[in-house]
Design a protein around this ligand. Structure first.
Ligand code: ZN
Length: 326
């Protein structure tokens, strides 16, 4: 798959019809070292629900763990490939530097105390675009922010010990760190985002009429070194479309503009296409259908190891190699 996603610098022609099918973020997928630590952090410390326990479809000796709200609503789903003994990534340009979660208005003090008590590194308060945020690192140095939102009416997962009035509501957005933000900004506009305000070296893009995970911030850091992918790095960021027809329209529009886009790939819980963007970040466009309850009862999401049909004959071998997580 990697070879078909070469970097390029497409010219987005002015006047071309913009893509109108993208509805904000679908999921963010990152790399981790230890599966157990990753599982504990997202389910216990952050209080998300594990909505799927499966394997990397391209490397079945590695888990693919999905965390989100009660059903893994698109726009809430943080996913991980915990590779075990891999080196930690180096933060830099050409990647998603900060993945941002929305929390209810007034809940930042609760989170600051909770994360400090859990021994989380690099807790840092800041205000960005008028919003109070708490920056922190995940177990592998992953860059996260919790952002208070007064207008977000999504429901948090209530099966953890995080109080309901503080629970994570899903993604708010993401901040990319780029050498030059111009080409990625043009791409986002082509994908239906509108340039909003700028603050310092950060420009905000918002998608109208999408889900609540509707913003992308581009931070231009021309002098910074390139990111090195490893544990704690975002592997790709996925944007949501309603269904497969919408996905095919997006794929055609991107290819007409000069992007090399993969064929549609069945990921069991959504269909996926991937393409590399000018700033270096790998984008996916994923369908909201069929969802994480297609092969599990909603009450027991994420409990059993689910395998794609082609690996089912190897279940014993695969299960025997994976670390046990609870
Ligand atoms: Zn993905």
């Amino acid at each position: 798959m990697q070879s078909s996603m070469s970097k390029q610098d497409p010219r987005i022609r002015m006047g071309r019809a913009m893509i109108s099918e993208i509805k904000g973020l679908h999921h963010v997928t990152s790399l981790a070292a230890d599966a157990g630590e990753n599982n504990r952090f997202f389910t216990k410390t952050l209080g998300l629900r594990r909505v799927k326990k499966t394997v990397n479809f391209d490397a079945p000796e590695v888990y693919h763990l999905y965390y989100g709200d009660a059903v893994g609503t698109p726009g809430s789903v943080m996913t991980y490939f915990p590779y075990g003994m891999i080196q930690r990534g180096k933060r830099g340009i050409g990647e998603v530097g900060i993945t941002e979660f929305a929390i209810p208005q007034g809940s930042l003090p609760y989170w600051a105390e909770r994360l400090a008590a859990a021994g989380i590194d690099r807790l840092d308060h800041e205000t960005s675009f008028g919003e109070a945020r708490l920056l922190f690192s995940g177990p592998d140095g992953d860059g996260f922010a919790l952002v208070e939102s007064a207008t977000d009416d999504r429901e948090p997962w209530t099966g953890s010990d995080v109080p309901e009035d503080a629970g994570i509501l899903g993604f708010r957005g993401a901040r990319f760190q780029l050498r030059d933000a111009a080409a990625t900004g043009e791409l986002l506009e082509f994908m239906g985002y509108q340039k909003a305000e700028a603050e310092g070296d950060v420009t905000r893009f918002i998608i109208e009429g999408g889900n609540a995970a509707d913003r992308i911030d581009l931070q231009a850091l021309p002098g910074a070194h390139a990111a090195q992918q490893g544990a704690g790095s975002v592997h790709h960021i996925a944007f949501a479309v309603e269904n497969r027809d919408a996905q095919l329209n997006v794929r055609k529009a991107l290819m007409d503009t000069g992007y090399q886009v993969t064929p549609v790939i069945d990921r069991d819980y959504f269909w996926a296409i991937y393409f590399r963007t000018p700033g270096g970040v790998l984008f996916e466009v994923a369908t909201n259908e069929p969802g994480f309850d297609r092969d599990e009862d909603t009450a027991h999401l994420g409990e059993a190891l689910k395998l794609p049909a082609r690996y089912e004959p190897l279940r014993d071998k695969i299960e025997g190699r994976l670390p046990v997580i609870t």
